[in-house]
Design a protein around this ligand. Structure first.
Ligand SMILES: C[S@@+](CC[C@H](N)C(=O)[O-])C[C@H]1O[C@@H](n2cnc3c(N)ncnc32)[C@H](O)[C@@H]1O
Length: 293
């Protein structure tokens, strides 16, 4: 299916190329309609603290808009010199040449490590080729793509836009996808907790496929599967309920936190029949496990 889709996409983009478009390399030049550019920057919540890289920057519209409207710094890479000329000229014309740069570079060789936001309008197979490099970026890095997916790495958010003027790719419609690079949490974590003035050992075990996580928790000798486990960039949340609270009822634990390498920390709300308390928590990685992606 994907193969057929890719061929159709390639054909559509190639047809666009026939309309006197410039562009070279792995995909012809088709500009993202301005309304879609705005949607990509909005879904990625681009702001003045961001450094954006557009992979295959064409006439520079994504980087220039990010700099002009949202105050971001931006870098566009392309291998078409004519388009790079247009992009640099546009940055000068719009008064953002100090924040919007365009360089001749193969997008597969580009150093992405300084980016907080990556944007692209590339073929699905190019997205797939880039995927391992994107997944290795700092957790929380946002990736906004026009029209094309990342295979089985499902997006965190998406919007569909009616774009009547769009004649290629998916005519009349654009899909905008957002991924947040997930932290790695697969493995066994150890965490202490105070329950009714007593110190209790806790242990969490997570499995992970991209940003999708599941797990189990042990508090003292009580074990329970996690519910509503979620991971968005470095933000983690999970809940579980164990029996035998004071008074014999269930105890609910609601964890929220941030992952930073081998440490995660945040606050946990503990609820039982005796009441509700909130406390800080920290967990350290005991034994990493392979991710399923
Ligand atoms: C579909 S256009 C998207 C342009 C722009 N990002 C936008 O959304 O308006 C893809 C661009 O990627 C460029 N390109 C293709 N292969 C490339 C490569 N290997 N390295 C850098 N740029 C490449 C093309 O020259 C073209 O400008």
């Amino acid at each position: 299916m994907r193969c057929i889709a890719s061929v159709l996409v390639a054909f559509a983009l190639a047809a666009a190329g026939a309309q006197a478009q410039q562009g070279a390399g792995d995909v012809v030049y088709v500009p993202t309609p301005q309304v879609v550019v705005e949607a990509m920057l909005r879904i990625a919540k681009v702001g003045p603290d961001d450094t954006l890289i557009d992979l295959g920057s064409g006439d520079g519209r994504i980087v220039v808009t990010a700099a002009k409207r949202y105050g971001a710094r931006g870098l566009g890479v392309d291998i078409d010199r004519y388009l790079l000329g247009l992009a640099n000229e546009s940055a000068r014309r719009e008064g953002v040449a100090d924040r919007a740069r365009f360089v001749e570079q193969d997008l597969f060789q580009t150093d992405l490590s300084g980016a907080t936001v990556i944007t692209s309008y590339l073929l699905p197979e190019m997205n797939l080729r880039l995927r391992p490099k994107l997944l290795a970026l700092r957790p929380g890095t946002r990736i906004a793509a026009h029209d094309y997916h990342m295979g089985d790495w499902l997006s965190d958010e998406s919007v569909t836009l009616d774009v009547p003027e769009k004649k290629v790719g998916n005519p009349g419609v654009s899909y905008v996808y957002l991924w947040r690079v997930p932290a790695t949490v697969a493995g066994r974590w150890q965490s202490g907790l105070r329950v009714h003035d007593a110190s209790v050992d806790g242990e969490f075990t997570f499995t992970q496929r991209y940003q999708s996580i599941a797990g189990a928790a042990k508090i003292g000798s009580a074990a329970a599967p996690m519910r509503q486990a979620s991971l968005s960039g470095d933000a983690i949340g999970f809940e579980f309920e164990v029996a035998a609270g004071r008074g014999g009822g269930p105890v609910q634990y609601v964890y929220r936190g941030r992952v930073n390498g081998k440490v995660m920390e945040g606050s946990v709300v503990v609820r039982d029949r005796a009441g509700t308390s909130t406390q800080a928590w920290q967990a350290t990685l005991l034994a990493p496990a392979p991710r399923d992606d």
